[in-house]
Ligand binder design. Structure first.
Ligand code: SF4
Ligand code: SF4
Length: 363
């Protein structure tokens, strides 16, 4: 199908009659002390008149929370004799369309699917949202200087896991998009907007490449598995302030905590995102912490992305979106780490390493 750029709002109006549509747009936030208005590009619910921004840099936050909210109630309970109950709170029945997701973020959803659907476990909360969503991906035209998805094996022009793939027709400044269904859900979506089909148009543009190219060893996952006590960890950790920004903005981070909120004899169990960069992430009830300093925490984050996930699921958990690089207040850079680890002598000896949990102070 060929869809003129000017007809995108019309297409979204048609689609929003059947489902809640989310697309990249600008949110304005006013600083309450200075009155300064800040703008950020994120996925917002589409309403008539909403300005959709499909080109330019990717969204500041990935649309991860539409499938895996940062806080969600799991069940409610009451202890009241014969009136006691425990009730599961599954997500509402609501069809959603995620319109304009980039190939890196689509690939991150594929990784989340592996976590929440495979290895004998199905997460019913994630599964219900995932089942109800139809995803339209768009070929990236303007990777930022921190984007390196093509060094991580992702084509910024293609998202084979999306229901519909959308690429600009002809040249990057072309006036229309080529939309191709890749699943049954995708075919149904294109049928719904077929009245806007221009019928003829150029071939989909496929020429985007990332400007940030990094050298990554093919077997970096296996190499890192033997570098747990390597001196590289002392160097890369310097400057980290443990703020957790990298984990909350990462499209592939999926750790969560489960807690209770009680009011008298009733309450609810909820889960919320957690961050392995926080000191209490691994602190145990008795006070011991197997990851007492930022070194152990950052090592775990990078090892999870680049080695542990490969071992369990056969792929790397970093999609090269660059968000953690762009937003880290201390300028820590996972792409630099990948290059350093690729070049490192795996047998180098650390003179500063102290076994975790011995005489290190928590930091
Ligand atoms: S964003 Fe940077 S400073 Fe903050 S926890 Fe992550 S690596 Fe550390
Ligand atoms: S680790 Fe950084 S670059 Fe990799 S997917 Fe997460 S936010 Fe993106």
């Amino acid at each position: 199908m060929i869809l003129a750029k000017k007809d995108i709002p019309k297409a979204l109006e048609i689609l929003s009659k059947e489902a809640a549509v989310y697309a990249p747009s600008i949110r304005k936030i006013e600083d309450r002390t200075t009155g300064v208005i800040q703008e950020e590009k994120i996925f917002l619910p589409f309403e008539e008149g909403t300005e959709i921004i499909l080109d330019g840099p990717n969204t500041v936050k990935p649309p991860k929370d539409l499938l895996f909210p940062n806080v969600e109630k799991m069940y409610q309970y009451k202890a009241a004799g014969e009136d006691s109950y425990i009730r599961e709170i599954l997500p509402e029945d609501e069809k959603k369309i995620l319109f304009g997701i980039r190939p890196c973020d689509m690939r991150s959803i594929e990784s989340m699917d592996k976590v929440f659907f495979t290895k004998t476990y199905v997460d019913s909360y994630y599964a219900k949202r995932r089942d109800q969503v139809t995803i339209v991906a768009i070929g990236c035209l303007q990777p930022e200087r921190t984007c390196f998805c093509d060094s991580m094996g992702i084509d910024p022009n293609q998202a084979p896991q999306a229901d519909v793939m959308m690429n600009v027709a002809g040249e990057p400044e072309g006036e229309s998009y080529v939309l191709q269904a890749q699943t049954e859900k995708g075919k149904a979506l294109l049928d719904a907007i077929s009245s806007l089909d221009q019928q003829e148009g150029a071939e989909p543009y496929q020429g985007t490449v990332c400007s940030l190219k990094i050298r990554k060893a093919e077997d970096l996952d296996k190499k890192l598995a033997g570098m747990f006590d390597h001196p590289i960890w002392d160097k890369v950790t310097k400057g980290c302030i443990g703020c957790g920004t990298c984990t909350f903005l990462c499209p592939t981070c999926y750790c969560f905590d489960i807690d209770n909120e009680n009011y008298g004899n009733e309450g609810c169990k909820y889960r919320c995102w957690d961050s392995c960069m926080f000191s209490d992430y691994t602190r145990m009830a008795g006070g011991a912490n197997p990851r007492p300093t930022k070194k152990e925490r950052l090592r775990n984050r990078y090892m999870h992305k680049l080695s542990y996930f490969n071992e369990r699921y056969g792929e790397t958990l970093c999609v090269g979106c660059g968000r953690c690089i762009a937003s880290c207040p201390s300028h820590l850079d996972i792409s630099e780490f990948i290059e350093k680890a690729t070049a490192a002598d795996p047998d180098a000896v650390s003179y500063t390493d102290v076994p975790a949990g011995t005489d290190r102070k928590e930091a």
